[in-house]
Design a protein around this ligand. Structure first.
Ligand SMILES: *Cc1c(COP(=O)(O)O)cnc(C)c1O
Length: 504
């Protein structure tokens, strides 16, 4: 246990040793075997460079760029580089935010506040759009209109057109979607929004820094940037495919007027007049300096090379999935995501059109492969993937975010995948005690209390903090309707997030 406030201060060397020991329990952020959360270019010396740059600006405060012109210069440099990469011009404006979620919240806020006359502003998104849009709608009290995607997992232009009303302040789509890595038909959607006089946001948080390079390398991907008429804003996370350390994203607008309602200004108190372009007021220059260092060190040619490596790794992973009996590609591997499903879930959910939420884990399954058991088996072989729950007609899937570091290890994947599939097939579906399943089937979100969560966590073996075998938990969550899933996971996170007791 870690005592954050010891009675007497502790020597620095000891603290760093303690932190390193704590970090040893985390998933490996290097090594090309982690397919979510972390984006690794596997470039020697880059970590150290970013670390030093971060340290130089860690205590600089973005609250007031006139006091810290270094930060203003760095932010303008980042926005300028992104504007050039994404088809902008001298009219383009932008802001540095802390992450993709903040960029999206601000895109929605700017759209909402550009139409102050509306009592119920509305946001139109495809069902594959990132959850951060739902968060933005929730925080900002904007109504959310979710349009089902087509069989190709892409936003449906005709259905999007039909969803736009006089109250719509923003239409958004993804380039590409996080879950499946497919690019929405941005030119068609942007034209529809423009025709109705509505702002159109391209969420390129995930792919904004890699799609331009993939397109340069010849990938057959639609235009998605400011070169497309009707695109009014674009978000791009530098802490994803620009490979900067966490805490930096950009929100770009086509021009100054579009950006203006993003700002918050307040002079009605006795303190300093607060002018904030983003959600945080005081903010560290550390992540921004680290991002500048990362971009300058890798450079345009470096990003092209990394995109080439990533593209090759995606092709190898996708081929391994195609060659393995029992799994299949769920989405076309057209960008940097490989998304796969197992025959079992494909049959039960997507292809047969069953109602996946009424399906009890482990029933009616013959020689298939349980997706969640497969994810555990991959993890046991050192490949850390991201299971995604069933949604509507879509079965549960396994998501792989592929970054350049994967190129070095990808050759070993096919054998391990075949091996993991065989092991999952032999094991069968996760064992869920019948009483637990029955109890879960009768649960409603209102019934989820801290006591119930504590009991469930114990029953599922999560009490000890070992999260390596998650198939049973995931199977249970997968059959829970989304509101129950939300309540259970909120309860569980809340259970984890407790003040540590004193230890000294
Ligand atoms: C990651 C992501 C976001 C959210 O970004 P955070 O940095 O996690 O807040 C939004 N949209 C897409 C498409 C993403 O991939």
């Amino acid at each position: 246990m870690l005592e954050a406030l010891p009675e007497k201060g502790v020597p620095g060397e000891q603290i760093l040793a303690e932190l390193r020991e704590l970090r040893a329990a985390d998933l490996p952020t290097h090594g090309g075997r982690l397919f979510a959360y972390v984006y690794d270019p596997a470039l020697d010396g880059l970590d150290e460079l970013a670390r030093q740059a971060h340290a130089i600006s860690a205590h600089v405060n973005g609250l007031d760029p006139t006091a810290f012109p270094s930060l203003l210069a760095m932010e303008n440099a980042l926005v300028g580089a992104a504007a050039r990469l994404l088809g902008g011009d001298e009219e383009t404006r932008g802001s540095v935010t802390s992450g993709g979620t903040e960029s999206l919240i601000l895109a929605v806020k700017a759209a909402r506040d550009s139409r102050p006359e509306l009592a119920t502003p509305r946001l139109v998104i495809p069902s594959t759009a990132h959850a951060a849009f739902a968060k933005a709608a929730h925080y900002l009290r904007v109504a959310l209109d979710v349009v089902p995607v087509g069989d190709d997992l892409r936003a449906d232009p005709a259905a999007t057109r039909a969803a736009i009303t006089a109250d719509t302040v923003l239409v958004a789509a993804s380039a590409p979607s996080y879950a499946h890595g497919v690019v929405d038909p941005i030119p068609e959607l942007a034209a529809i929004a423009a025709e109705r006089g509505v702002r159109f946001h391209v969420d390129a948080c995930f792919g904004g820094w890699v799609l331009p390079y993939l397109r340069r390398l010849g990938a057959d991907l639609p235009a998605f940037d400011f070169g497309v008429p009707g695109v009014t804003s674009i978000s791009v996370d530098l802490h994803k495919y620009a490979y900067a350390p966490k805490g930096v994203s950009l929100l770009l607008h086509r021009d100054e007027a579009l950006r203006r309602p993003q700002y918050f200004a307040y002079a009605g108190w006795p303190g300093y007049t607060m002018i904030n372009p983003v959600i945080s007021s005081t903010r560290s220059g550390g992540p921004i300096a680290a991002a500048v260092a990362t971009l300058r060190h890798i450079g345009d040619a470096g990003y092209l090379e990394l995109a080439q490596q990533t593209r090759a790794a995606v092709a190898t992973l996708a081929e391994a999935v195609r060659q393995t009996d029992g799994v299949r590609l769920f989405a076309p591997p057209e960008t940097t995501v490989v998304c796969l499903s197992t025959s079992r879930h494909a049959r039960d959910g997507f292809e047969a059109g069953d109602d996946s939420t009424s399906r009890a884990a482990g029933d009616g399954f013959e020689a298939g492969v349980d997706l969640f058991v497969l994810a555990d088996e991959l993890a046991a072989r050192g490949w850390h993937t991201q299971p995604q729950m069933a949604y509507g007609e879509m079965p549960a899937t396994i998501h792989l975010t592929v970054t350049a570091a994967v190129a070095a290890t990808v050759g070993e994947f096919a054998l391990d995948l075949a091996d993991a599939v065989a092991a999952a097939r032999a094991k069968g579906p996760a064992d869920l005690p019948a009483p637990l399943l029955e109890a879960a089937a009768a649960l409603t979100p209102e019934m989820v209390t801290p006591e119930l969560i504590a009991g469930l966590a114990d029953g599922l073996g999560l009490g000890g903090g070992d999260f390596t075998r998650m198939a049973a938990v995931n199977s249970l969550l997968n059959v829970a309707p989304p509101p129950l899933r939300e309540a259970l996971l909120t309860g569980f996170l809340s259970l984890l997030q407790r003040p540590a007791p004193p230890t000294e």
